[in-house]
Design a protein around this ligand. Sequence first.
Ligand SMILES: [Zn+2]
Length: 182
Amino acid sequence: MPPPPHKFCGQCGAPLKRRVPSGEDREREVCPVCNFVHYRNPIPVVGCVAEHEGRILLCRRAIDPRLGYWTVPAGFMELNETLGEAALRETREEACAEVRLGELFSIVDLPRGGQVHFFFRGELLDGKCAAGPESLEVGLFAPGEIPFEEIAFQSGIIALRRYLDAESKGLSLDAVPLRPPN
Ligand SMILES: [Zn+2]
């Protein structure tokens, strides 16, 4: 689910009203005092399928949601960073690992959740990884050892399967087009 709408104006503190702003086609939270329109938009989530000597880096989550489940390093994009920088940062934060970033190869739209998930390929620079504050443990998994039934999020499962499918066929992962076909 997307985060709930704001109740109070971020500019002046007045309670917000839901109405269609002039010139627009849908209801939004609008301040009746200062007229500020509180737009809500999808949030980008960025992850990295990072490999070292044929094994894939996974982190076991120390935080909700899905505490205790495994995930590829991933998280919300920050202001003032690019998609690639977000992938590098999340991999550093969650797995204490430095990677050389490869292709952006998987995009998963979650329209009802208000998110879009982007996944890059990466290679560990030196093979080193360790649990960051948001991880209980990290590990490098051979393709046949990946605990798919314990992966936290569907978008991560999709990215891992796309990655392994390309690897098993000896295909290079193509970067996704900017507008993926439906
Ligand atoms: Zn206001």
